[in-house]
Design a protein around this ligand. Structure first.
Ligand code: FAD
Length: 404
């Protein structure tokens, strides 16, 4: 059996699958997934923006949408902001979502997906990359795309430092609950420090009064903490909730300083590309996968697989103005350094600013961040700055972020 491929992809989550889907059909591609079934088990709250789906999937009828919500509630201590977000947010069925992309990879692209295949090692050699499976089998490729998710260790095997500091890891615990108190049209974030220190609690409505109900906190050595905090909150706020499923999980943030080397690109959670504030990573998994596929398609046309050539991938990720991971990380660093008094001031300002408003774009941050280079959204920015002028504290924070 010929074990030589143009592209080897490790990891069958959204990042690995989407990269495979976007690689040209003429190439020979194989994807390895350690679990036996694509899309199982799922450890996720399954929230995604409508804009993201529209950007990455052109089909009008997507079979993996569970629920659409149109209201956002942000809580902080006794304060809350209620915001209208029409047509912005979705809760998907991640299991169906991943099976949907995998189907396209197999049927439309005719690529191989090998499940139950744990890649234990990877090496970059002079003329190829080599991956080794748990059973000792070896496969060879011109390019390797690493998409091994939050538990990632393969980048280190090929010389990319991907060690994650504890401070850059959110420890999470989630329950799928059923409770008549869950409103199908409303998504809730609670940033109260005693509820979720250094993170937040979420209630993401799945429809039929079900919710993905969880919290993520900046990691500490107390592993039980997310579980204890979530149960305390549930007993107080949803005492009659029925728990349908529950699991722990983690999200790592602070994007790798180098996401490539000779013949290799690292994408999605393996590149620590999840949003540093929200911990949402499906969006950036698709985004980084798309850029990696663009570079793979182009590099495979020539003979240069050097790190310099692969660095184009990171350039594309960083030039992508529609979303800025770095800026979100800077905001996270600022928030983590705030005293509780400063946090009170920050959230009071933000809640006052947004309460009762309607937000029509998830590109809110990027609109602000791209202010220096783009004039297209200037009206919205001026409008927003006008509101900010009334609150000098929030304005100061935004200005510090913009010019950093
Ligand atoms: C509790 C929780 C809630 C979340 N909620 C949201 C949310 O609401 N919205 C959102 O956008 N994001 C959310 N996230 C983050 C989101 O789940 C991830 O960002 C997303 O799954 C990243 O996709 P990925 O493909 O990079 O990694 P993964 O989805 O982790 O996929 C990696 C895949 O690689 C496989 N793999 C790993 N190592 C190997 C190996 N050596 N060999 C073969 N296969 C391997 C794994 O089995 C896995 O299938 C949440 C995360 C957690 C923990």
């Amino acid at each position: 059996m010929d074990k030589n491929y143009d592209v080897i992809i490790v990891g069958g989550g959204p990042a690995g699958l989407y990269a495979a889907y976007k690689i040209e059909k003429s190439y020979k591609v194989i994807l390895f997934e350690k679990d036996d079934v694509i899309g199982e088990p799922i450890i996720c709250a399954e929230g995604i923006s409508n804009n993201t789906l529209k950007q990455f999937f052109k089909e009008s009828d997507l079979p993996f949408i569970r629920n659409r919500f149109s209201k956002l509630k942000v809580k902080y201590k006794d304060l809350e902001a209620n915001v209208d977000i029409p047509d912005m947010g979705l809760i998907i069925d991640r299991s169906k979502f991943e099976k949907y992309i995998a189907d396209k990879v197999k049927k439309e692209n005719n690529f191989e997906i090998k499940t139950g295949s744990f890649v234990v090692d990877a090496k970059v050699e002079d003329e190829q990359v080599k991956v080794i499976l748990e059973n000792g089998e070896e496969y060879f490729g011109k390019i390797l795309i690493i998409a091994d998710g939050v538990e990632s260790y393969l980048p280190n095997k090929v010389g990319i430092n991907s060690v994650c500091n504890l401070i850059d890891m959110y420890s999470c615990y989630q329950q799928v609950i059923h409770d008549p108190k869950v409103k199908d049209e409303e998504i809730i974030f609670d940033f109260t420090p005693s509820v979720a220190p250094g993170g937040y609690l979420w209630v993401f409505p799945r429809g039929n009064n079900e919710a993905n109900f969880g919290l993520g906190i900046t990691s500490s050595l107390d592993c039980e903490k997310p579980y204890k905090l979530l149960n305390e909150y549930r007993k107080k706020n949803y005492p009659d909730a029925k728990i349908l499923r529950e699991f722990p999980g983690c999200v790592s943030v602070n994007q790798l300083s180098r996401m490539y080397t000779d013949r290799v690109m690292v994408i999605g959670d393996s590149a620590r590309a999840a949003d540093p504030i929200t911990g949402g990573g499906i969006d950036n998994a698709l985004r980084t996968a798309n850029f990696a596929a663009i570079v793979a398609n182009s590099v495979l046309k020539g003979k240069d697989f050097s790190a310099k050539r692969m660095s184009q991938y990171q350039e594309l990720v960083e030039k992508d103005n529609s979303y800025s991971i770095k800026k979100q990380n800077q905001l996270r660093e600022m928030i983590l350094k705030m005293s509780e008094e400063e946090l009170d001031q920050f959230f009071t300002s933000a809640i006052n600013l947004f309460n009762g408003k309607k937000i029509l774009s998830t590109d809110f941050y990027s609109t602000i961040y791209s202010f220096k280079s783009s004039f297209k959204a200037i009206g919205m920015v001026i409008n927003f700055m006008g509101s900010l002028m009334k609150d000098k504290y929030l304005l100061k924070i935004i200005m510090r972020l913009m010019w950093k």
